[in-house]
Design a protein. Structure first.
Length: 384
């Protein structure tokens, strides 16, 4: 422990002496330095205290300087925050204005939507009225269109039946029935499905009643008629069979002296040849007509006449004539048996359904007694 650090006893203060003459205080003369104990320690202590005071004042000044700097930074931060707050206030003001404008626009949009909704409801109502009107118009037009189709179907069925009855043309009648089925299929009513089934059955029966050989026979008869102009006629100077009698020997003996022969090699004049060809063509045409009419007797008779005419007037040694004779022998098998098809069921059913369909609205519009009284007459009309 140093001398300065050792504790010292307190030093008594120097007494102050008041001068009686002047009245001023007067410090007495210091005593002998040797008589003062340990005066260096006080000075060291005073120096230390002054150093501490300087350090404290420096620290206080440094703290004040730091506080001044921090206060400046705080002021700058405060200014920045104030600016940001002002910007936020400005932004909030703009947002408030935008929100007010948006609310106004939403209100306007609500009003527009309300008006559009009302217009849409009006349009929907008008569209519904238009749809009802179009539906009524379509119902009227469809009823007229269906009536026209039913009339056309009935006409086709009647035409097919009459064609088969008059001409036995099963192919033409089947074609008419096919058109009637297509026409009836366009009618928008399922009540006529049974009629379509009957039409199909009758058309199938017509197709089965006419074999395929009949069309081939008609084609072959047409080819024979076309070939009549080129078939060679029979000549008159054909050598007869060799005879071994007395007269044949006399004829051979006189053949070197006298020879008798005709000037031309044909048996007929040009007019007679043309007549022969025309007669044979007429026989073939008659066979075609009988085949179309399904008249087996007339068909067989016409073929026999054609065979006889071909054998009498044409050269049977020619290849074309022989082919024609072979064809005529095959043609009688082309006539089908006389099995007629019963038609008219589909037509009758169609007429009955149309009559019932026409009576439905009338039955709903008249009173019940009148409707019940009208049933017998209706049934009788349908039976007719």
């Amino acid at each position: 422990m140093s001398e300065n650090d050792q504790p010292h006893e307190p030093v008594a203060a120097d007494p102050v002496v008041v001068d009686s003459g002047s009245g001023k205080p007067r410090r007495p003369k210091p005593a002998n330095p040797a008589s003062r104990p340990r005066g260096g320690g006080s000075r060291a202590l005073a120096l230390l205290l002054s150093l501490i005071a300087v350090m404290m004042s420096g620290y206080v000044g440094w703290r004040q300087w730091q506080q001044a700097r921090s206060s400046v930074a705080d002021d700058q931060t405060l200014v920045t925050l104030q600016q940001r707050v002002q910007n936020l206030e400005t932004t909030l003001t703009g947002v408030s204005d935008g929100r007010a404008s948006l609310n106004q626009r939403l209100n306007d949009a609500d009003q527009v939507n309300r008006s559009l909704r009302e217009q849409l409801l009006d349009q929907a109502e008008r569209t519904r009225h238009l749809e009802d009107a179009v539906a009524r118009l379509a119902e009227k037009s469809r009823s007229g269109h269906d009536a026209m189709l039913l009339d056309e179907t009935e006409s086709l069925l009647r035409m097919g039946a009459e064609r088969y009855t008059l001409f036995h043309d099963a192919q033409g009648a089947a074609a008419a029935y096919a058109l009637a089925d297509q026409t009836l299929a366009a009618v928008n009513d399922g009540i006529y499905s049974g009629v379509r089934q009957n039409i199909e059955d009758e058309r199938t029966a017509l197709m089965k009643s006419q074999p395929l050989s009949q069309a081939s026979a008609l084609q072959r008869l047409s080819e024979l008629r076309a070939a009549m102009a080129t078939l060679p006629l029979k000549p008159l100077d054909r050598p007869g069979n060799a005879e071994s009698g007395m007269w044949s020997r006399i004829g051979r003996a006189l053949a070197g002296v006298i020879k008798v022969q005709r000037d031309h090699g044909t048996s007929l004049t040009p007019d007679d040849a043309r007549l022969t060809r025309e007669l044979l063509s007429l026989d073939l045409a008659q066979a075609q007509a009988a085949l179309l009419a399904r008249d087996s007797q007339a068909y067989a008779a016409a073929l026999q006449q054609a065979q006889a005419g071909l054998a009498a007037g044409f050269d049977d040694r020619a290849t074309a004539v022989q082919a024609a004779q072979a064809t005529l022998k095959q043609l009688p098998a082309a006539l089908p048996p006389n099995a007629s098809v019963h038609l008219g069921a589909a037509l009758s059913e169609l007429r009955n359904l149309r009559a019932l369909h026409a009576l439905k609205p009338a039955a709903g519009s008249v009173p019940a007694p009148a409707a019940t009284a009208a049933h017998p007459a209706t049934a009788g009309g349908v039976r007719r």
